[in-house]
Design a protein around this ligand. Structure first.
Ligand SMILES: [Zn+2]
Length: 547
């Protein structure tokens, strides 16, 4: 007992030392602090951290308390939280999506062959013999000389499109070869179809191009979906958004007089023109709505010289909550996803809170509802504390694996902006190399919380040690990664076990990104997008408006 008390005393002494201002920020970041947060946030008592669940308050309060104790300022008008108003929609869909064709009626069964959903705030909606247009990849991208809606009015019609973009699976310079552009994301397909005035947008599912099997699509059928609460009831969106299986699409094309491969071949052509298929679509949907509020947690270190300019760190606190039981466990703890990055960010924040005064401000956002479609970060970007053209950069991470030290820093979105060099400069000091995302066709740059920033032009990085763990070597690491995505990701076994897991890499990542953030916060520079980036134009325009 005495020994324990002595240890405690020692600990207190150590802790009080660590908040002294003369320590370098990097030294403040410790294994034990990071482990403490992960152990806490991945604990069963938080029941998988689902937004708006009965544990949200406890999760938010833990993060808030940590930010307060380390001396961050409340970032939102004296508050450490930002309310995020959420709309929940549950759609019941018709048993069949029916296409009348010259070959007769084709009926595709719900969930197994088709899924639709809608965010439009209407309770009952119907497709009643809606004309069907084949719109290739559904892309309007002037910089690639492509317009899949060229010359055809699709107002009130149903558009059928392929997922991903024409560069998929190639090393052609058309689009970005195998690296998915935002035009390849399913979210984009629905946005563009809505801009064109289509009534429905149905995406043809292909496992490779989508990045996941039909199973993932069907698991989302008729489940509650979260969106940000709209001001206008989402009246500009399509009535029906959805997917059909590849084999359904094969049958539909065939009944319309062309094979799937012929349709794909046409879509791959630069000069693709959309055309009407001799088919009409029918289905119905019933929507139920509820609303609620979740919270982003936000702390700030204010800059001295240019407090109105900001560098933003983001990490989502939410995970999937309690779900289907697998191997006797129904709590989806989300230790790697994303207790890991919240812990990473909290200790980076502590390092900033104890370092010398900064020139620019640094904001720390633990955002909610990432798993439901990046809602917390999107809400912040629409309701920010600093304008986007005063936001220098966003540094995000997600899913840091507990494989010990890494030799690499893998950058998702590598090649997009000058931030690559800002990271490389610090990576070299740790003896690390920069690696691009090993699966750029999956479009991960558009699938975590940096993306809402990116979409409005703020350069962002999503970086972590990933492909080359020191203890495993590269080949074994890639096997470990594959096994993670297959067996652990979004499953109840995503837990933290101190005897098994090694956080040394995560600690190094935190130090590295602290240094990158610190360099940005003490600089006058505005890192820019590379010429080839699809987001450069947006940023240029936005910075122009600042002057
Ligand atoms: Zn995540």
């Amino acid at each position: 007992m005495k020994k324990l008390m002595l240890l405690c005393l020692l600990n207190i002494l150590l802790i009080s030392c660590s908040v002294k201002k003369d320590k370098s920020g990097e030294e403040v970041i410790t294994y034990s602090n990071i482990e403490k947060h992960i152990d806490e946030l991945a604990d069963d008592k938080y029941k998988g951290r689902a937004p708006m669940s009965d544990t949200e308050e406890a999760v938010v309060s833990y993060i808030t308390q940590q930010m307060k104790e380390m001396g961050l300022e409340a970032a939102n008008n004296g508050q450490f939280t930002q309310d995020v108003p959420i709309l929940s929609v549950t759609s019941q869909i018709s048993d069949y999506l029916t296409f009348s064709t010259p070959e007769g009626n084709l009926k595709f069964q719900k969930i197994t062959e088709y899924v639709t959903f809608s965010r439009k705030m209407e309770e009952e909606m119907e497709l009643d013999g809606s004309e069907v247009v084949f719109a290739g990849f559904g892309i309007v991208a002037p910089e690639f000389g492509r317009n899949d809606y060229n010359g055809l009015d699709v107002k009130g019609k149903t558009v059928l499109v392929f997922v991903n973009d024409p560069g998929y699976g190639t090393d052609s310079p058309y689009f970005k070869g195998n690296t998915m552009t935002y035009y390849g994301r399913w979210t984009y397909k629905f946005e563009e179809a809505a801009r064109q005035g289509a009534k429905a947008c149905i995406i043809v599912h292909e496992t490779g191009q989508a990045g996941y099997p039909w199973q993932v699509v069907r698991n989302n059928g008729e489940t509650a979906k979260f969106y940000l609460q709209p001001e206008d009831g989402y009246k500009d969106r399509c009535l029906f958004e959805g997917w059909i299986t590849k084999s359904s699409a094969e049958q539909l094309f065939k009944a319309c007089g062309l094979t799937f491969d012929e349709a794909k071949g046409l879509a791959l052509k630069k000069a693709f023109r959309p055309f009407q298929l001799p088919a009409k679509a029918s289905a119905w949907m019933k929507n139920e709505f509820t609303t609620g509020t979740s919270k982003n947690v936000c702390g700030l270190v204010k800059g001295k010289d240019k407090p109105d300019e900001v560098v933003v760190f983001t990490a989502h606190w939410d995970h999937l909550g309690v779900g289907a039981r697998i191997d006797g466990d129904s709590i989806y703890n989300g230790a790697t996803d994303n207790a890991s990055a919240v812990s990473w960010m909290l200790e980076i924040a502590r390092a900033f809170a104890t370092s010398e005064p900064l020139s620019r401000s640094v904001l720390f956002l633990a955002v909610t509802a990432e798993e439901s479609g990046l809602l917390g970060s999107e809400y912040y970007v629409k309701n920010p504390f600093f304008p986007m053209n005063k936001t220098v950069a966003c540094i995000n991470t997600d899913v840091i694996l507990f494989l010990g030290e890494f030799k690499d820093i893998t950058l998702t979105g590598f090649g997009q902006s000058e931030l690559d060099q800002w990271v490389e400069q610090e990576a070299i000091k740790q003896g690390k190399y920069i690696a691009p995302d090993p699966n750029p066709e999956n479009g991960m740059y558009f699938r975590s919380d940096q993306f809402p920033f990116v979409k409005v032009g703020v350069p962002a990085i999503f970086g972590k040690g990933y492909i080359d763990a020191k203890a495993l070597g590269k080949e074994k690491t890639l096997e470990a990664i594959a096994s993670y995505w297959k067996n652990v990701y979004h499953k109840p076994c995503d837990e933290y076990v101190s005897e098994r897991d090694n956080l040394a890499g995560l600690v190094q990542d935190a130090k590295l990104m602290y240094n990158v953030g610190n360099n940005l916060a003490n600089s006058n520079e505005w890192p820019s997008w590379n010429e080839s980036s699809e987001f450069k134009g947006i940023r240029d325009q936005s910075l122009k408006e600042r002057q």
